[in-house]
Design a protein around this ligand. Structure first.
Ligand SMILES: Cc1cc2nc3c(=O)[nH]c(=O)nc-3n(C[C@H](O)[C@H](O)[C@H](O)COP(=O)(O)OP(=O)(O)OC[C@H]3O[C@@H](n4cnc5c(N)ncnc54)[C@H](O)[C@@H]3O)c2cc1C
Length: 306
């Protein structure tokens, strides 16, 4: 049961909004409202906010919402909006430090400028570093946790912990606590270790990776990247295309003609329910025709509209 207690906030420096439309905060540009949304000024402000919340209050974290479908009935409790365009980046003692709210492409460019190699893959992942840590985001052979030296986490009681990769169980687009429990807390910072490299080579590789994405992905339309994980030994996009589903639409949502594992919201009119119904439809048809059950990579959260 969700307990709705009056919450008293004082001394906060960030932006607190009630009934905030989450369509503004996710890349699919649809979905319901948050009862309460908070964009913290910094990590200490975030901790102060979390300490104000009753322990029973649901708390959801959104980075850039590039892997999220929020149902049309929205989210109860509090939502923390982590994206922070002005978040800190630094290189010291051979480690790249990033506030969790910094966008991953910005980290890729910063790493290239500071002579770090192998961070280029982050340039094409349009989320925050915190979202990348939660998802073990990766592409073109790179995955973020391969480079993590340590992370800082804000726990539900408002205290911070510093953790290392051995505290986590890390898999393909999956991160859990060591031992298998779901993630606890909010990532607030990461220290990443990249090999030294050549800045101009890294910048050239970023350019090449982005050009490849523009050529193969529907980046001009609202989407949330790959909808399904790739099944072992195959590609979800190939299976969906083989089933003739490219261009299939439900309401305002459509399977992209350019990349079959993307669902787009071309007119901006899709409801989250359209996208969820299309995800289910694609799953069912692919299972019937190929015997492979696709697992969603995108996370579906919130309540259906009543
Ligand atoms: C065009 C496009 C291309 C994409 N390509 C790729 C790709 O190549 N590889 C890939 O892996 N992904 C890809 N994605 C998916 C997505 O960008 C990544 O999963 C990204 O890392 C999500 O970051 P985010 O900040 O948007 O997280 P959100 O979508 O906001 O959240 C995703 C999950 O992370 C949690 N979370 C977010 N921030 C934090 C935090 N600070 N602490 C704890 N939990 C947190 C959320 O609660 C949620 O469970 C793509 C998406 C798009 C739109």
């Amino acid at each position: 049961m969700i307990v709705s207690e009056p919450v008293h906030f004082s001394g906060l420096r960030g932006m607190l909004k009630r009934e905030e439309s989450l369509a503004r905060h996710v890349t699919w540009r649809c979905g319901g409202r948050a009862d309460l949304a908070y964009a913290p000024a910094d990590r200490d402000d975030l901790a102060a906010f979390v300490r104000c919340l009753p322990a029973t209050q649901p708390l959801t974290v959104i980075g850039l919402g590039s892997n999220l479908l929020v149902r049309d009935g929205g989210l109860r409790g509090a939502v923390v909006l982590m994206h922070n365009p002005g978040g800190a980046l630094a290189v010291a003692d051979g480690l790249l430090y990033a506030d969790a709210g910094v966008a991953s492409p910005k980290v890729a460019r910063f790493a290239a400028t500071h002579g770090c190699a192998e961070a280029e893959f982050l340039a094409g992942i349009p989320g925050t570093i915190g979202g990348a840590l939660a998802m073990n985001a990766g592409c073109y052979g790179g995955e973020i946790w391969r480079y993590v030296a340590r992370v800082e986490v804000l726990l539900r009681d408002g205290g911070f912990a510093v953790r290392t990769p051995s505290d986590y169980s890390i898999g393909y687009r999956s991160v859990r606590r060591a031992g298998g429990a779901a993630l606890d807390g909010i990532f607030t910072a990461a220290w990443l270790r990249f090999p030294q490299g050549d800045s101009s080579a890294a910048r050239a590789r970023i350019k090449e990776l982005l050009a490849r994405r523009v050529a193969t992905q529907p980046l001009n339309l609202p989407n949330a990247g790959s909808v399904f994980r790739n099944p072992p030994g195959d590609h979800a996009a190939h299976l969906i295309e083989r089933c003739g589903l490219k261009g299939h639409a439900i309401g305002g949502a459509r399977v992209s003609e350019k990349h079959a594992n993307f669902i787009v919201n071309p007119e901006g009119t899709a409801r989250a329910a359209d996208i969820e119904a299309l995800i289910e439809y694609v799953r069912r048809v692919v299972a019937e025709k190929t015997g492979v059950t696709l697992e969603p990579e995108v996370q579906i959260i919130g309540e259906a509209e009543k």
